[in-house]
Design a protein around this ligand. Structure first.
Ligand SMILES: Nc1ncnc2c1ncn2[C@@H]1O[C@H](COP(=O)(O)OP(=O)(O)OP(=O)(O)O)[C@@H](O)[C@H]1O
Ligand SMILES: [Mg+2]
Length: 453
């Protein structure tokens, strides 16, 4: 039946093209609309055209399809466009002009075509593409019985997938603020620190990774329990123990941008609020050295800026868990301090910061991680001596790392570290003879390292 109708339609089209030269316009129009209707009725194809531009702006569906199809290159693909991601060494592929590609989604086969039309042939109407030599669009072709599935499931799936793909390839940015706004030109965070390289207690590392992991996958959980999707960390410990390095490792691990907030340049509570409101989802807000930047002991007045308005501790606390709860999503806030004991108890009270992380002096376990990263070794004749020395003296990971970097020769580096630790011990002994010893016992770092509030 179908083939009979199709051949009828084909013959009709032939007759129409021959008749066109002889028939009046009205009859020609009638015939062509009838033929169009007939072919639409019997054609089993459904086609969606996705153009690169919508008016003057980029069509986000086009962009998403471009990203998604780039990851679908198969052995059958004959030509692809190649580029490099902003981050890392990864090469990115995209579908090349006038190529075709098949994709399967929940047992539905679809064909994709990238169509490129040279600009001369489409006229000057497309102002948006004045700098381009062609207009690009994607065509999706499938059986029309799958129309609903394609529109309601497949295309939303592509939008979602492309977001994830872009997220994986994006460079992490470091944002700073001025005049109550985040600067437009964020710098690329090229900090190579990862959790693998971070020399901290192994249990703590595992706990932190699990915490971050469950946070980033916690959208449904936070919605179910009616809490804002945010998590606060207070990192405390002496200078050079890895607080800033941990923040970089967190950002690299989660692929979140960092928003570095300098409280000393904030004029008033309103500035704080506006900064919060303009911070996008999947970001880490960092307030470093919170004990030094402003005097937080005083709940009323932290400092008096030029215009007479105030920024108060309660403003800051509202910023953390008042307004914070009602806007944005997937935010992490990190405070760092060298002196946790100097902070206002209101800032430390349970529930305000979810996790307090103590980063401390280098113990032997941290040393072994550092030496593996820096010198690539996991054993050496000087290790026993170093273990003993690290039990006796306080050396920060930054100090130990500095010694390990001194020479490319392993023996020289480790010998340098031994001498450095010995000189610290001599100092300590002198001090203890004079009766002014006040040192932290770093052998119990594991237990003291963190606690959940
Ligand atoms: N735990 C660590 N693991 C690996 N490297 C570390 C660690 N701690 C410090 N370092 C090294 O020392 C350098 C300084 O550390 P970092 O800036 O993270 O310390 P900090 O605790 O933020 O210090 P401050 O309190 O002065 O801000 C880092 O760039 C890194 O090379
Ligand atoms: Mg720091």
């Amino acid at each position: 039946m179908l083939s009979t109708v199709a051949s009828l339609a084909a013959s009709a089209m032939l007759i129409r093209s021959v008749a066109n030269d002889f028939l009046p316009h009205e009859v020609q129009d009638f015939l062509s609309s009838t033929f169009r209707h007939l072919s639409r009725h019997f054609c089993s194809q459904f086609t969606i055209v996705i153009e690169e531009f919508q008016g003057l702006s980029l069509n986000q569906v086009f962009e998403a399809v471009d990203v998604y199809l780039g990851t679908k290159v198969t052995l059958e693909t004959q030509r692809v466009r190649l580029g490099k991601a902003e981050k890392g060494e990864k090469l990115e592929t995209n579908m090349e002009r006038n190529e075709e590609m098949m994709d399967v989604f929940e047992n539905v086969r679809v064909k994709w075509k990238m169509i490129c039309t040279p600009l001369q042939s489409v006229g000057l109407g497309h102002l948006n593409s004045s700098l381009r030599s062609e207009i690009r669009s994607y065509e999706l072709i499938c059986h029309k019985k799958h129309k609903n599935k394609v529109l309601n499931s497949y295309l939303p799936y592509i939008l979602e997938r492309s977001k994830i793909i872009k997220e994986e390839n994006k460079a992490i940015k470091l944002h700073t603020s001025s005049y109550g706004r985040w600067d437009h030109n964020a710098t690329k965070l090229d900090h190579p620190m990862t959790f693998n390289m971070l020399a901290i207690d192994l249990e703590l590392k595992k706990e932190l990774l699990e915490d971050l992991e469950s946070f980033s996958k916690g959208r449904e959980f936070y919605r179910r329990i009616g809490r804002a999707w945010k998590r606060g960390y207070l990192l405390y410990g002496p200078p050079g123990t890895g607080k800033s390095s941990l923040i970089a490792a967190m950002a690299n691990h989660l692929n979140y941008d960092i928003y570095d907030l300098d409280l000393t340049i904030i004029q008033n509570n309103a500035d704080l609020t506006s900064l919060l409101l303009t911070m996008p989802s999947r970001s880490i807000l960092v307030i470093e050295d919170i004990d030094c930047t402003i005097k937080l002991e005083n709940r009323e007045l932290c400092f008096e800026p030029r215009d007479g308005q105030k920024m108060t501790l309660s403003g800051l606390l509202n910023f953390i868990d008042g307004l914070w709860s009602s806007c944005g999503q997937e935010h992490i806030i990190v405070f760092t301090t060298n002196h946790r004991e100097r902070l206002d108890p209101a800032l430390l009270r349970p529930g305000r910061m979810d996790m307090h992380v103590h980063l401390s002096y280098c113990n032997f376990s941290a040393f072994k991680q550092l030496v593996l990263s820096y010198l690539g070794i996991s054993n050496h004749k000087l290790f026993d001596q170093i273990e003993g020395l690290l039990r006796d003296v306080e050396a920060t990971p930054a100090e130990v790392a500095g010694k390990l970097m001194k020479s490319s020769d392993i023996d020289t580096s480790l010998q340098g570290l031994v001498e450095f630790l010995q000189s610290k011990r001599t100092e300590l002994e002198k001090g203890s003879k004079n009766g002014n010893i006040d040192r932290h016992d770093c052998s119990n770092v594991k237990n003291d390292n963190y606690f959940l509030m």
